[in-house]
Design a protein around this ligand. Sequence first.
Ligand code: MN
Length: 231
Amino acid sequence: MLSVIPNPPRVALPIVGGDDLFPVRRVYCVGRNYAAHAREMGKDPDREPPFFFMKPADALQPCGAEPTAHPYPPQSENYHFEIEMVAALGRGGHDIPVGTALEHVYGYAIGLDMTRRDLQDEAKRLARPWDLAKAADRSGPIGPIHPAGRIGHPARGPIVLCVDGAERQRGDLAEMIWSIPEQIAYLSAYFELQPGDLIFTGTPSGVGPVRRGERMVAAIEGLGAIALDVV
Ligand code: MN
């Protein structure tokens, strides 16, 4: 049988150190997972269970250390950066125990959870979904995957975002409220996770707006850096 339209392409991320690719299925994102960021968003980090939203997989924008053009999205006057470490699952499952959750991670990447903050603020005020804020086209810039088999499972180390050379976000992976194994275990109670799923694991404090003409450089210790020129 023939498809009546061209088959939509599936995003596949390059893997560091070779020509292999990591095809992406779903993109899960955890909210407010660093205490200082929860506070800057007006929330108490101590009393909240984790919560998740999703981005469409085709909203990912593969990028690398050489700057990639990142179009400012329509319908926003307050477009924010959120640097996050991304866990890429190589194995699926449901009701995954915390103690074995890391066995499901193939590798890690640097990601940006780009957010139309004005639309998110409106959605929060009106108790509406976040999709218009979080799922814009190209709202998920992401670097290549570093296999855990090569770098291990990063649990601490600096996570930093600079705009035009000025540091705007800095945290440490050890500051996550819900660890990556806990995120996997929690999510897998609600969804059957599959190989190819990504988890954006939350952003440290310092989120803020970016404007056309500015360069974002996002770095995580052990994962290198990605660069984007907002156009
Ligand atoms: Mn985020």
